[in-house]
Design a protein around this ligand. Sequence first.
Ligand code: ADP
Length: 520
Amino acid sequence: MSLSLFSSYRQRQLEALLEISRALTARLELPALLRTILSYAAEMISAEAGYVALVTPTKTLRLASGYGLPSRVFEALAPYLSEQKVDESFWSETELRQQLDIVLEASDKDLEQVVALPLILSGDEIVGGIFLFRSGSIAFSSGDRTLLRDFADQAAIAVRNARQVEQLREARARMEAIIDNSPNGVMILNPGLRVAAINRSLSRLVGMSPMDARGRPCHEVLDLDNTTGDHLCLGVGTPPPPTGIWYGEGDIVRPGHKRITVGVTYSPLFDRNGDLTNVIATVTDITRYREAEELKSTFVSVISHELKTPVSLIKGYASTLAREDAELSPEIVRESGRIIEEESDRLNELINNLLDASRIQAGALSLDIEDVSLRQLADSLLQRFRVQSPRHEFTLNMPAHLPLVRGDEKRLRQVLENLINNAIKYSPADGPVIVGAWAEADSVIVYVSDQGIGIPLDEQDSVFERFYRVDSSLHRDTQGVGLGLFLVRAIVEAHGGKVWLESQPNVGTTFFFSLLSSAG
Ligand code: ADP
């Protein structure tokens, strides 16, 4: 080769390598990059055809890019390559000749020479090979090999970069999936406390789409009420405690939704220079803990109040009766005895209700199912209530042929008793109480109706909750612990039925429940 020819050849080679480095830095996808490398390499050493094969995770070879060969050649080569072990002998002349034979058989090219170089990463890891073929009798020279080395090195770098990009992409996708699927709300904030991203859980909690949240000041997304502790979004965060993490609690209140109490942990992230890069806020729904706490204190105050009244009455009357110096008329003795008996019944009922409530909570409410005549049951109950509460007017409104229902008679009596008791308790003006029923396709609907003080609309769903009592002076003046309707609902639902109510303050209340009829 003359000097000028050599220098223009060298020039072309440099240009090719420059082009490839450009492609490498421009982050061309791996297949496109390998195609570029292969075509320049082929041109540089006057090869007519070739391919790049990469080592797969199972240590066999897979064709990654081809040049100057019809696709049937790759189809013929693939099974051969997938069976090769990529060791020293793989690059031997004999092995390469075998590859050439397969190529020749599958193509109409008149190829005679083959050269191959492994793609080696630092650390001697072979990630694949570059294979080139040409016609004619002149074998590839050592110069050709040296030249090919540059291209092989570039290809190895491209493979390494592509792998790193892929690993990063996978790690990022994994991370995003973990954050997005976390049952806790996660909010990533930039140093200015604006939202960089929120996950699905938080989006559900605050009722705002992740897209909509992005870029907003964080107090707009995490708009908390009744905050305690550190609410970093409002800028009231104290300097980070020794743990480096702030913690605050507050309520999320969305129109038409239940109030949700959340605990928020803010963890700052710093870069190598100690500058704040992000704050990660983890938002946990702690409504159940708050409710449990409230329930515990309600339980203690209600129960202690409801236990104290009968106990002090019993004690008062009993100590009067026990006084040796007192001359008590027979009427007083009888009246004291009656009150002691009544208050003991109240205590007994309270204890039974508490036991039932805890049985229900433990899922241990068992039913003795048989055919029950609700008409008979209601009739006998009303006879008793008429004696007990003579000032109220009780009406039974059930057809004579009301179908029997499948149920536990004792428990159904408890349901009716509770509802009638409430109708009496919450009708201070002695209005009428109607107990009625009608049959539907395969069920019986029972109702207990009064013309008492009623229940405000916004509290109608809550009256079935444990220890819930409507907060008004009229309601408060009545004895009760808020367990009756909880038990009513649990018993009816255990029978497969439903309970609901219609009520208007100062007009009256009707409770309904459905039960499956025996015929159904
Ligand atoms: P309590 O022991 O307080 O009566 P319940 O669970 O039976 O408990 O009832 C829960 C609350 O629902 C009561 O405290 C009362 O405020 C309201 N309530 C129940 N029944 C009636 C009714 N018939 N009329 C008006 N308010 C009622």
